[in-house]
Design a protein around this ligand. Sequence first.
Ligand SMILES: CC(C)(COP(=O)(O)OP(=O)(O)OC[C@H]1O[C@@H](n2cnc3c(N)ncnc32)[C@H](O)[C@@H]1OP(=O)(O)O)[C@@H](O)C(=O)NCCC(=O)NCCS
Length: 190
Amino acid sequence: MSRRIADVARYGEVEVRRWRPEDGDELRAVILSSDAHLRPRMAWLDLWAPADCDPAATIIGWNADWDDGGDLHAGIFERGTIAGAVGLHRRLGPTGLEVGYWLGAHATGRGLATIASGLATDLAFVDSTIDHVRIAHDVTNTASEGVPRRLGYALVGEVACQRTLGPADTGTDRIWEVTRAAWPGYASLA
Ligand SMILES: CC(C)(COP(=O)(O)OP(=O)(O)OC[C@H]1O[C@@H](n2cnc3c(N)ncnc32)[C@H](O)[C@@H]1OP(=O)(O)O)[C@@H](O)C(=O)NCCC(=O)NCCS
């Protein structure tokens, strides 16, 4: 399948774009230095720890997946420096995408996850076949809940989640959604 969704968007000094292999070492450094911040919610941290971990190869695999119609794995950059990551995940059937995100410990509290998720929502709707975008977070993850709330997503409800849990997650996710018709574009919200 050819890629239909644009893979770069900017707002002010924040850029969301798909990863490049040369981002790999900086990405790994951000992840490893943010271990205590990320570990409670992220189940994949240990994949980045081994000395023979190959971040560039991981990114090449992500991009191949995207080019093949799979998930978008993108970086959140502030003035060219990695702040975190945002993804568009194909977990909702052919007409929906789910936004996921994390920030490095150095990058929280300044709106970067909200801005990046707004930009990712813009990117999702570039694809004319996408009519809704969702955000899911553990019911106890109040920092994560702030993102869809600030963006004006509507609360759908709570479900038992299917994903691999972080140690602090309960297994019940809160689901938020915005439809194409309801989304004004990130710049209109900022
Ligand atoms: C979830 C996570 C990304 C949220 O980070 P965050 O810093 O709270 O979110 P934002 O970057 O959107 O910043 C929001 C804060 O910046 C403030 N802010 C400043 N400028 C802002 C702007 N332009 N737009 C939005 N918020 C802004 C908000 O008021 C808010 O402040 P508060 O924390 O005092 O309420 C972060 O906690 C994280 O990485 N957690 C670990 C991984 C994780 O849980 N990922 C999500 C799994 S579902």
